[in-house]
Design a protein around this ligand. Structure first.
Ligand code: A2P
Length: 277
């Protein structure tokens, strides 16, 4: 039932995916991935930084489903940026994941060092057929504009922290206007906003959990999102959001919860870019 979105390069991506940040231990990984697949998730999101690509590879291998039945994203860690390191570390990621090709490769965080070199490596890895699509994560408008000055092709996706306390409306619009799909990480605010009274009230009206209300809000905004859970009931619950609809008024009330609160770190400052640019 998960809707597919079409990226600017023509590839398809499930709108709702499964986040693997902080999923550790082979047993836990096997259970989470097999529960998620059985529930209907087809996108699995990992990163070099998560230090779990090997476990993800084993768990996917155990699933034993055709390669075209699942979508894998990984990300180049800040410490692996630069042309050569990006290429070498990504090949290591492929080996750990036991894959010949990933669906999506992202630069995990914008950094001043190697800003264009790392992107050039991603363009070349795509050309070489080792990743189907390329994108970025945690880029703000200024980073995307700066990248546009030298990129041969632009990112098709920008994965950013987004939840009701940080709705990122201007960046979501900017991405959209530039054919970049926004994908929300920590869509549930790391699970720390589930007792918010506005969300609780809306949840009661629909007979849903606050987590389901938040995910439905992401869905109706039209962006992609990747909730994480290691609990079977929650893994299923987070996909059970396709049988109700938030009203315009409820969407607006959730939008109004925006308080610019980040649970993750702030993307790198851009003063240096401005100076060089
Ligand atoms: P757990 O993995 O123990 O289920 P985010 O995706 O925003 O980072 O949020 C992930 C956090 O939210 C995790 O701590 C996860 O805990 C928790 N979580 C995920 N889904 C639900 C849910 N449906 N109800 C309550 N907590 C949830």
């Amino acid at each position: 039932q998960v809707k597919m979105l079409t990226l600017a390069d023509g590839q398809q991506i499930p709108q709702e995916g499964f986040g693997l940040y902080k999923v550790h231990g082979q047993e836990t990984m096997n259970q989470a991935i097999s529960d998620a697949y059985a529930a209907g998730y087809r996108l699995f999101d990992t990163a070099q930084l998560y230090k779990n690509e090997t476990e993800v590879g084993v768990a996917l291998h155990r699933l034993s489903v055709p390669r075209d039945q699942f979508f894998v994203t990984t990300k180049i860690a800040e410490t692996n940026q630069g042309y050569q390191r990006t290429i070498a570390s990504f090949k290591e990621s492929l080996r750990k994941l036991q894959l010949d090709v990933v669906n999506l490769l992202l630069i995990h965080w914008p950094t001043e060092k190697c800003f264009f070199d790392t992107w050039r490596a991603l363009e070349d890895l795509k050309q070489a057929g080792l990743t189907r699509s390329i994108g970025v994560s945690n880029y703000q408008m200024i980073h995307l504009q700066y990248l546009a000055t030298q990129a041969h092709e632009m990112p098709v996706l920008n994965q950013i922290e987004r939840h009701p306390l940080l709705n990122q409306a201007p960046l979501v619009k900017f991405d959209h206007d530039h054919q970049i799909i926004t994908q929300a990480w920590s869509p549930l605010g790391r699970g720390k906003i589930l007792d918010n009274p506005v969300l609780t009230q809306i949840a009661q009206v629909h007979g849903k959990s606050t987590a389901q209300v938040i995910l439905r809000w992401h869905l109706q905004t039209g962006i992609a999102f990747i909730p994480k859970s290691i609990h079977t009931t929650r893994i299923r619950q987070n996909l059970d959001i396709y049988d109700f609809r938030l009203t315009d008024d409820e969407m607006a009330r959730i939008d109004q919860l925006n308080s610019f609160h980040r649970f993750g770190k702030e993307p790198a400052l851009v003063y240096e870019y401005n100076q060089k640019w």
